[in-house]
Write a protein that binds this ligand. Structure first.
Ligand code: HEM
Ligand SMILES: CC(C)=CCC/C(C)=C/CC/C(C)=C/COP(=O)(O)OP(=O)(O)O
Length: 313
């Protein structure tokens, strides 16, 4: 099966790839660097959910989230092989580089997705499995196949996919969706635009060349800088959500405020700059966005752990 935009040839890198890539190539299809933070947020969602989970089942659940996330990355690379072959950042991926065929990537992604969803359902519950299936579908079909090439709001709506993992982790433990799970979703949902648009500001040329309508090329740099500031402010506010619901206390609230203040300063610094300096600041903001989300979820885990497991605070 070929996506329509790839039907013209199976020969992206210039020579038809030999069937059967190496193990490293298949691992690269899973987008491991991006997915490790995705999986970490799912892990934290699972650990902070009330009630606790058997460690073996918990381990299986995290493995399923990791495999499902990786599978969705493989499906993304299957569909996006044509634009990955154009952008400098992605040209060496296994399909455009000719190390794996699109058919192999598709088969790999579909098989792993089915395995991850079925195993999660059997190990925990079918609501968690349904959410995992929906997340894979959302990233592969709604974001990759539809929104990415059709609207500059692609990552705002499509970002929902990356926001589900903590909710999946939570539901794997509790079997239901609560406000706290929705707030964890919301935090990543609001974090995604500044995370991605910062990168898009300094990789604008790549997206232009590939014809992908990312916000900086469609609405311009100033509009993107403004949107980054708006989403950052909303994110910093939403990050206090778990304090308001009583999930966590000051041990989370203090780092959250400090992390948020730095995020806001960096976003405003991008807003009030231009040219090469703006690109440099956007790169700093992108890197910081990764640090922010990681440390915020560490703080969440530490606060819940100190209260629930060690009886401190
Ligand atoms: C629609 C939502 C998202 C978009 C469009 C997006 C886009 C990107 C892009 C284009 C990169 C550069 C990747 C590369 O260099 O090949 C990146 C890097 C990264 N993203 Fe995102 N991202 C999204 C959501 C997320 C989420 C939800 C997480 C984790 C919770 C995440 C974590 C990361 C990490 C850890 C990296 C750095 C990877 C590295 O070190 O190479 N992203 N993101
Ligand atoms: C549990 C589960 C299924 C989780 C999935 C999480 C998820 C959707 C993460 C999205 C992260 C990501 C790599 C976006 C890249 O956008 P892109 O594909 O436009 O970037 P690219 O240009 O690097 O391919």
């Amino acid at each position: 099966m070929e996506p329509p935009h790839l039907a013209y040839t199976d020969d992206i890198a210039g020579s038809a790839p030999a069937a059967g890539g190496r193990v490293e190539d298949y691992l690269e299809l899973l987008k491991p660097r991006v997915m490790q933070l995705v999986v970490f947020t799912g892990f934290v969602g699972m650990l902070v959910a009330p009630g606790g989970i058997n460690p073996v089942i918990g381990f299986v659940a995290i493995l399923c989230i990791a495999i499902g996330a990786g599978a969705s990355g493989a499906l993304n690379m299957w569909y996006d092989a044509d634009i990955d072959a154009i952008m400098s950042r992605t040209i060496n991926r296994p399909i455009p580089a000719g190390r794996i065929t699109r058919g192999e990537a598709l088969g790999f992604g579909v098989t792993l997705s089915g395995f991850a969803v079925a195993t999660l359902g059997l190990a925990t519950n079918w609501l968690a499995a349904g959410l995992l299936a929906f997340t894979i579908f959302f990233y592969a079909v709604i974001y990759t196949m539809w929104l990415k090439r059709s609207t500059p709001q692609n990552i705002v709506i499509g970002g929902a996919a990356g926001s589900f993992p903590p909710m999946i982790g939570w539901v794997a433990v509790t079997g239901s969706i609560s406000w706290d799970a929705v707030i964890l979703f919301l935090i990543i949902f609001l974090w995604t635009p500044p995370h991605f648009w910062a990168l898009a500001l300094y990789k604008k040329g790549d997206y232009e060349a590939a014809g992908v309508p990312m916000l900086p090329n469609v609405a311009g740099e100033r509009a993107t800088q403004n949107q980054i500031v708006v989403y950052t402010v909303l994110l910093v506010l939403a990050a206090f959500g778990p304090v308001l619901t009583g999930l966590v206390g000051w041990f989370y609230a203090v780092p959250s405020a400090a992390l948020g203040a730095v995020f806001a300063v960096l976003a405003f610094r991008v807003r009030f700059s231009e040219g090469v300096e703006m690109k440099r600041r956007a790169r700093v903001l992108f890197t910081y966005s990764l640090f922010y989300l990681f440390v915020l979820f560490v703080a969440l885990l530490a606060d819940v752990g100190l209260i629930r497991w060690f009886g401190v605070l």
